[in-house]
Write a protein that binds this ligand. Structure first.
Ligand SMILES: *[C@@H]1O[C@H](CO)[C@@H](O)[C@H](O)[C@H]1NC(C)=O
Ligand SMILES: *[C@@H]1O[C@H](CO)[C@@H](O)[C@H](O)[C@H]1NC(C)=O
Ligand SMILES: *[C@@H]1O[C@H](CO)[C@@H](O)[C@H](O)[C@H]1NC(C)=O
Ligand SMILES: *[C@@H]1O[C@H](CO)[C@@H](O)[C@H](O)[C@H]1NC(C)=O
Ligand SMILES: *[C@@H]1O[C@H](CO)[C@@H](O)[C@H](O)[C@H]1NC(C)=O
Length: 434
């Protein structure tokens, strides 16, 4: 009797410990910056037998989707299309259901009695209504030394070659609201949580990292440091822009400072305008290389930036075909450990003391031997977000997306801590085939 009681309580203790340990795991997913397209790419394994699949990192994606155009490479003994009205269909927020109409023979991406959703190519801004909902094995990243495999990951499968233009094999789907996005499906696994950190590398030869699960998130300098400390947090916002559009992350901000001074902005444009179908506001996109600013915002920032530069820095014509409108001779611009010495640009959150500081490494780009440009794009954003933070500004910064806490944290440049997004423990990937 006594032994039985004891073993039950020991079992209970083990069970509790196990839960505690399990939910504190971090999944590491390396992110490569592609040298030719400047896209951020995650490589996963899919299907049975497992094949490596390269996906564009798309924060705002509603689902992980892959190219299923080539039926001869699509065989997988574990592929299952989602039967109409199944749990998978409702998880995917599917709007339609039916039989295969794009092909004469059934294949992955074209099955009978299956539901579908919209697929999105965020590079070409193209959408396709026949993205088949399915489930299959997914191998993604590593949880220190252990390959993480999800036997029934819900994703979508597309058989339209045009949708794949300018992309590798598909798109990640890292959105916040749809239950089938990567953070939401991994977050419902007891090992992880609906919190993730993203640290993009500025180098095309050493990989950055996504951490999924609760912090600390460690890198080395060479001491082990937790880069999730001292972040500036602001509110994460959801902007429902209709079924077709994406699941982008928006965040609350109140002004932009250049060299410590507020620049004049029409503050109305910083708030998501529900009456105009969710235009305006500030979003983040890993599918665009440089931050886009509403024309009036760009002009204000540019003026303040030029005024704050030393007088011996000369303005030069932007190179032809360049996306940038403001360039300088790099002759009198010194370099520092956080890039060219230029006025810092602050994205101020809900009060003046809480902000994300952008230094020269993220605000300036060397376009030729003697010319540097302000790495922001001036664009008419009338029916779009007023600001879209793009990849270049995020590199070597940690962003923490805390979905349950509905907040997002920014670290500023990791160069300040003498480290970078590539300085994580590379041995964690030893057992991972890609
Ligand atoms: C499909 O994939 C196979 C095997 O990789 C390849 O030989 C074939 O050319 C591909 N077909 C098309 C239409 O791309
Ligand atoms: C199944 O789902 C479709 C739409 O996806 C809906 O029109 C239909 O009524 C549903 N059928 C049942 C039996 O629930
Ligand atoms: C799939 O549906 C099509 C059209 O509804 C039908 O002609 C075909 O026989 C079905 N195929 C299978 C294998 O059930
Ligand atoms: C600010 O932008 C809003 C929305 O476009 C516009 O209605 C308003 O007139 C602008 N305010 C100023 C002062 O320009
Ligand atoms: C340019 O001006 C700055 C600030 O006025 C000064 O510190 C710097 O030495 C000057 N550089 C050159 C090359 O004259």
């Amino acid at each position: 009797m006594m032994t039985l009681k004891l073993s039950v309580s020991i079992l209970v203790i083990f069970f509790l410990l196990n839960i505690f340990q399990c939910s504190s795991e971090v999944l590491y997913i390396p992110v490569t910056k592609d040298a030719s397209t400047l896209q951020y790419i995650i490589e996963v394994g899919q299907k049975t037998p497992l094949i490596p699949t390269k996906l564009l990192l798309h924060l705002g994606g509603k689902s992980l989707w892959v190219d299923c155009t080539n039926s001869t490479t699509q065989t997988s003994s574990t592929y299952k299309s989602a039967v109409c009205n199944s749990t998978e269909c409702s998880m995917a927020k599917s709007y339609g259901c039916g039989d295969c109409k794009f092909r004469s023979e059934l294949q992955p991406g074209c099955n009978n009695n299956t539901c579908y959703i919209w697929g999105e190519n965020p590079i070409k801004k193209m959408y396709h209504d026949g993205s088949e909902v399915a489930e299959d094995v997914l191998t993604i990243g590593s949880s220190p030394g252990v390959l993480v495999t999800l036997p029934q990951f819900v994703f979508t499968c597309l058989i339209d070659p045009y949708m794949l233009e300018k992309l590798a094999d598909g798109v990640t789907g890292f959105g916040q609201t749809t239950p089938i996005t990567i953070p939401n499906q991994l977050g419902s696994d007891p090992r992880f949580s609906r919190k993730f950190g993203m640290c993009l590398s500025s180098s095309t030869t050493s990989r950055g990292i996504i951490f999924i699960g609760p912090s600390p998130y460690y890198v080395y300098n060479p001491k082990k440091i937790d880069i999730s400390n001292d972040l500036a947090y602001t509110k994460l916002l959801v902007n429902k822009r209709g079924f077709l559009l994406t699941d982008e992350y928006y965040f609350q901000m109140s002004s932009i400072r250049v060299a410590g001074q507020d620049v004049p902005l029409n503050k109305t444009l910083l708030i998501i305008n529900k009456k105009r179908h969710g235009t305006d506001g500030t979003s983040i996109s890993t599918a665009i290389p440089y931050t886009i600013l509403h024309t009036t915002f760009y002009d204000s920032v540019k003026t303040a930036f030029i005024n704050a530069l030393p007088k011996n820095v000369t303005i030069v014509e932007p190179p032809p075909m360049s996306p940038f409108a403001t360039c300088f001779s790099s002759e009198n611009i010194k370099s520092t450990n956080v890039g060219p010495e230029v006025p810092p640009i602050d994205i101020v959150f809900y009060k003046p003391s809480v902000f994300w500081r952008i230094y020269g490494a993220n605000s300036m780009i060397q376009v030729s031997k003697d010319v540097m440009c302000l790495a922001f794009v001036r664009q008419d954003q009338t029916w779009l977000p007023s600001i879209v933070i793009g990849g270049y500004q995020l590199e070597e910064n940690l962003l923490v997306f805390d979905l349950p806490g509905r907040k997002i944290g920014f670290s500023s440049s990791l160069n300040l801590k003498q480290t970078s997004c590539s300085e994580y423990d590379n041995t964690i990937m030893d057992k991972v085939p890609f």
